[in-house]
Structure formats: structure tokens, C-alpha cells
Design a protein around this ligand. Structure first.
Ligand code: ATP
Length: 248
């Protein structure tokens, strides 16, 4: 039996003037799944991500998280439900150390439900930050300023910041953008490890990575779902071949 749906959208639309950036998207991701969203530039991937993270409100359509309708819920509300997004644009505080960057994020997440137990919350945030830095391989660099990391390490720090809240649903927006092939391989291993106990949605352009790592792939084209299926199904899909894969 397949796992329960974690996040679902129905006829989701986001218009910018007369442009329908996302145009009627029906989408379901199940608990524990690793889903990739691919598509050509301007297909609506980033807008769709912003809609499900609560950064942008839908023009029409509906969104559910588990059994709760969350259409129009702002980002902090979605974060409280366990949705975290790792940003393509850096979210690192340059004047804080690697450790402090993650600790602040862990503390912020904890405060939502634990603000009256400040001392405990601080200890928990420190422990969580240490754990997350080990997970992403940055423990040896914990004392450095964020700006002293390499590009690949900064992307891993962004991931650590998103993981600090121990999210149920992790949204990764091009986690390997600008990385060398070696860094990309390392990140791929890391993402596979992060799967344990959580659901991941990935927007990514690198097809080799997407095909290897995903349970299922959703292809967007001009704001609409062109295809949805396993990597094998997507690879064999003639429409996808013609409109996207053939061209990339
Ligand atoms: P890329 O792979 O290039 O990042 P994408 O698939 O993520 O593309 P989006 O960034 O979601 O695509 O953009 C979809 C369409 O919506 C594009 O035509 C874009 O110009 C437009 N768009 C996105 N955000 C806005 C905005 N804030 N205002 C106006 N138009 C926007």
C-alpha cells in the first residue's frame, strides 16, 4: 500500500498580470517520498515551490498538508507545520559563525512551541545545531564565519539551516547550483541520507542527479504538469523527450 499523501495541490494557479506562472497544477507528494520537479526555464518551478512554502499566495486553487487545508497560509505557518525550504539565494548571516547560524535557526524553530522554557530551549538548540552540522559534514568548520566557507560548503550550511527545524517536508531549490561535479556528488549522497524520516521535494536542473535520486518526477511546462511518473517513465515519455529532455 502506498504511503499517505503529505502535501496536495488542486488546480493551483498563480497569475502575474496576464501571465499564468502556475496554471492549474494538481500535485500529490506522499510521506517519505523524494520528488523532483523539473522543466525548462520559466516553466513555473520556483513559483510552485513558493506557493507550497507559503511565500506566495495562490490566485486560485487549494493546498492541503496532511488533512488540513493550508491554502493562503503564510510561510511561518507552514514552517510551524514542518515545512522548510533551503534557499537558492543565500540565507547565511555573514557575521555569525557556522555554528551560530545553525543554532539561531534551531532556536527560532523551537521557540514556536517552547518559548517559555528558555534555558532548555537554548540547550536543545545547541545540541540540534551540533547534530545537524555533523550530518552535513560541517562540524570541523563550526567556528568559522559563514563567509569563509567555499561555495559548496555554503550551500551545505544553507541545508543545515533548513534542517535545524527538523522539518517533515524539506523543499530544496537547486541544491547543487554552481557546484563542481565532486561537490554535486557529495551533495547527492547527503540528500539521500536526509531522506530518512522525511519527505523531500527537489527543484533541480541536473538530469543525471534527478534520474538517480528521485522516486518520482513531475515535469512542469508553461505552468502546467506535462508528466508525472517514475524516472523510468519520465525518461521513456515521448512528450517529455520532445519538449524538454531532447532540448536539454
Ligand atoms: P527557472 O528554471 O528559470 O528558475 P522556473 O521554472 O523556476 O524557471 P518561475 O521562476 O516560476 O519559473 O517563472 C515562471 C514564469 O513566471 C516566468 O515567465 C517568470 O518570468 C514569471 N514570474 C515569476 N515570478 C514573477 C513575479 N514576481 N512577477 C512577474 N512574473 C513572474
Amino acid at each position: 500500500m502506498s504511503a499517505a499523501p503529505l502535501l496536495r495541490t488542486e488546480k493551483l494557479v498563480r497569475a502575474y498580470g496576464s501571465l499564468l506562472a502556475v496554471n492549474g497544477v494538481d500535485f500529490t507528494v506522499r510521506e517519505g517520498e523524494l520528488r523532483s520537479i523539473i522543466g525548462p526555464n520559466g516553466a513555473g518551478k520556483t513559483t510552485f515551490f513558493k506557493l507550497i512554502a507559503g511565500e506566495v499566495t495562490p490566485t486560485s486553487g487549494r493546498i492541503w498538508f496532511r488533512d488540513q487545508e493550508v491554502t493562503g497560509m503564510p510561510q511561518h505557518g507552514m514552517a510551524r507545520l514542518g515545512v522548510a525550504k533551503s534557499y537558492q539565494i543565500t540565507s547565511i548571516f555573514p557575521h555569525l559563525t557556522v555554528f551560530e547560524n545553525v543554532r539561531v535557526a534551531a532556536q527560532g524553530a523551537g521557540q514556536a512551541y517552547d518559548f517559555w522554557r528558555r534555558a532548555d530551549a537554548l540547550t536543545e538548540a545547541r545540541a540540534r545545531a551540533e547534530e545537524v552540522l555533523v550530518t552535513v559534514g560541517l562540524a570541523p568548520k563550526a567556528g568559522l564565519l559563514g563567509t569563509h566557507l567555499s561555495h559548496g560548503e555554503q550551500r551545505h550550511l544553507e541545508l543545515a539551516i533548513a534542517l535545524a527545524a527538523n522539518p517533515v517536508l524539506l523543499l530544496l531549490d537547486e541544491p547543487t547550483a554552481g557546484m563542481s561535479p565532486e561537490e554535486t556528488d557529495e551533495t547527492m549522497v547527503l540528500i539521500s541520507e536526509l531522506r530518512a524520516g522525511r519527505t523531500i521535494i527537489l527543484v533541480e536542473h541536473k538530469m543525471k542527479l534527478v534520474m538517480k535520486i528521485s522516486d518520482r518526477i513531475t515535469v512542469l511546462h508553461q505552468g502546467q504538469v506535462l508528466a508525472d511518473g517514475t524516472p523510468e517513465e519520465i525518461r521513456a515519455n515521448e512528450t517529455v523527450q520532445r519538449t524538454y529532455l531532447g532540448a536539454s
